[in-house]
Design a protein around this ligand. Structure first.
Ligand code: SAM
Length: 281
């Protein structure tokens, strides 16, 4: 058997009870289409192929892929493809949405893969994903807690996250140094922020968290937005938000109101609105 590759985040599940619990969490019906990211040695795939109506598995590893493809070649419901979940053409692959996604994600690319999938509410309805515990806590955090930050806000734009259960290091080979956590994301068909506003919204969120322990007034006035304190105060007033609050207390819809108010304040004073301020920002 090929050696596990750290570069691909390979810690394979060897506890069949945990594998079943993860699959159970997605409540898969025989009519469901399921996408698995990183099937690896097939611990989840082996269960999924008996439950799903259709299963598509994307594996990046050149060595693992041929063995997996051969193992499931006789099952017409299963397709194993060789590819990278970070840039795979999901549109080309997934007619007949919505799909459910199940994955024990490689730790080094877990957050970008999760965010990429949940941004496609037109394709996916539910994601059941396993992460390193700290990453799961950040992605699923609610406003007000110490874990709540930029990835938590973005995840809530696209989904409702639920922390499910932890998995101890002994359930994997090689044994990782960290505990893992399984999270279910109910993907919103329509994100809370319209697609065309996402760049401006993300910029305001980033700038609000710019000084983690600072008030919104301090963070925004010293960020790349280059707003003077007076304009931060008037934007907050328009949005109905106390400028003395900290970013980690704001819900998604409050950030959205703030982003719109900042655009209005900047526009009213003859500046370029924030939403058009910087290409790629
Ligand atoms: N699902 C298996 C299990 O639970 O035992 C393997 C999980 S292992 C943590 C992560 C898997 O994702 C590995 O098989 C790895 O090769 C694969 N992988 C890593 N990066 C990937 C990527 N960008 N796209 C698709 N698969 C990837």
């Amino acid at each position: 058997m090929a050696r596990a590759k750290r570069s691909l985040g390979q810690n394979f599940l060897v506890d069949p009870g945990v594998a079943r619990r993860i699959v159970d969490a997605a409540s898969i019906a025989p009519s469901d289409s399921v996408l698995e990211i990183g099937p690896g040695r097939g611990a989840l795939t082996e269960i999924l192929c008996h439950r799903a109506g259709r299963l598509l598995a994307i594996e990046k590893d050149d060595e693992l892929f041929p063995a997996l493809a051969a193992r499931f070649a006789g099952d017409p419901k299963v397709t194993v493809v060789h590819g990278d979940a970070l840039d795979y053409d999901l549109d080309g692959l997934l007619p007949g949405a919505p799909w459910k996604v199940i994955a024990n994600l490689p730790y080094n690319v877990a957050t970008p893969i999760a965010l990429r999938l949940m941004a496609r509410g037109d394709l996916f309805s539910d994601l059941v994903l396993m992460f390193q515990r700290e990453v799961a806590a950040r992605l699923a955090a609610a406003p007000g807690g110490g874990e709540y930050g930029i990835p938590s806000v973005i995840a809530r734009v696209y989904s409702e996250p639920y922390l499910l259960f932890s998995v101890q290091p002994g359930s994997f080979r090689p044994v990782p140094k960290v505990v893992s956590t399984v999270v279910r994301f109910r993907v919103r068909r329509e994100p809370l922020v319209p697609a065309e506003e996402i760049p401006a919204f993300e910029r305001v969120v980033r700038c609000s968290f710019h000084g983690r322990r600072k008030t919104l007034l301090n963070s925004l006035a010293t960020s790349e937005l280059a707003l003077d304190p007076g304009r931060v105060r008037s934007a907050c007033a328009r949005a109905g938000i106390d400028p003395g609050r900290r970013a980690e207390t704001l819900a998604v819809l409050e950030f959205l109101a703030l982003e719109r108010a900042i655009g209005e304040v900047a526009g009213a004073e003859g500046d370029a609105p924030v939403r058009r301020a910087r290409p790629g920002g």
